[in-house]
Design a protein around this ligand. Structure first.
Ligand code: FES
Length: 143
């Protein structure tokens, strides 16, 4: 099919973007077809730069809509604490890119690391990405 769409594909630069299994399949197919992989490029994502977990005394999250509160382990994210407490916050990438885990924080502060999955407007409106946010004390989240 590739040969029909781009008969000169063996001479082209290839830029690939998509889910990891798809990109792996494209790369393997091109290699099998004799493509020079020095001209193959793909998009890669990784977790945001790590930062040391803040030292916080008694971090705690109150999930206001569900009426559940839980103490957090040092460095535990809001997403991990919610799962441990039996609550579901939809999530996808788990490294601050997709924005699926965006929730509204109504009280307290968090250390939030992300990969661009939240806008400055959302942050100003009180939203956080649960997968990359660690409580800095007592926090309330609307789920
Ligand atoms: S799960 Fe993708 S940004 Fe949190």
């Amino acid at each position: 099919m590739l040969g029909l769409m781009a008969p000169d594909y063996l001479e082209r630069e290839v830029f690939c973007r998509g889910p990891e299994p798809f990109m792996r399949g494209v790369k393997e197919s091109l290699a099998a077809l004799g493509f020079d992989l020095t001209r193959y490029h793909q998009e890669s994502f990784g977790p945001p730069e790590t930062a040391p977990a803040p030292e916080v005394e008694a971090p705690e999250i109150r999930f206001t809509a569900s009426g559940v509160s839980t103490a957090c382990a040092p460095g535990e994210t809001v997403l991990a604490a919610a799962k441990r407490a039996g609550l579901n916050i939809p999530s996808g990438c788990n490294f601050g890119l997709c924005g699926t885990c965006k929730v509204r924080k109504t009280a307290g502060g968090v250390q939030m690391l992300h990969n661009g999955g939240i806008s400055e407007d959302d942050i100003a409106a009180g939203c956080i990405l649960a997968c990359g946010s660690r409580p800095l004390g007592k926090v309330a989240v609307e789920i």
